[in-house]
Design a protein around this ligand. Structure first.
Ligand SMILES: [Zn+2]
Length: 152
């Protein structure tokens, strides 16, 4: 069900709020799939959407005791251009997005407490495949391992 929620036009939702919730809860988004592909190509083994862990991380790497969240820049308040707040309903959005950011932070704190390392991969970082590769290699200490594996 790739992009099931994000693919639906805004006016097919009963209200702005329900559209918003659909966006936030959406799984298997394009950036998420890109990260999975990149991790897979690096030979990393992972599970997805583990609801037993705080925040239901998008990718879980048990061997590395590491989880990754793939976050949309807007929805999770990244400090980048994609995350600019809409001018209408500014208060609504500020409150909503800050709540998301707080929830993210709380989840990562809980994970840390139970011995998991967590990292965020931002939507804007996924656009650049080489950059994404470097991020993953750094996270999993793969620099130098299979350096030619993904090049064609
Ligand atoms: Zn961003």
């Amino acid at each position: 069900m790739a992009g099931a929620a994000t693919g639906r036009p805004k006016d097919s939702y009963p209200s702005l709020r329900s559209w918003t919730m659909a966006q936030i809860r959406s799984r298997n988004t394009k950036p998420e799939i890109a990260v999975r592909k990149a991790a897979h190509a690096l030979g990393l083994r992972f599970r997805i959407h583990d609801a037993n862990l705080a925040g239901t991380p998008d990718l879980v790497f048990p061997r590395w005791k590491t989880v990754l969240f793939v976050h949309g820049c807007f929805w999770h308040l990244h400090h980048c251009e994609r995350a600019r707040l809409p001018k209408t309903n500014a208060d609504y959005w500020t409150e909503k997005l800050q709540r998301n950011a707080r929830r993210d932070k709380a989840a990562r704190r809980l994970l840390k407490r139970s011995g998991w390392r967590s990292a965020i991969i931002w939507e804007c970082q996924v656009k650049d495949a080489a950059k994404l590769d470097r991020i993953l290699q750094r996270l999993f200490d793969l620099a130098g391992a299979n350096p030619r594996r993904r090049s064609r």
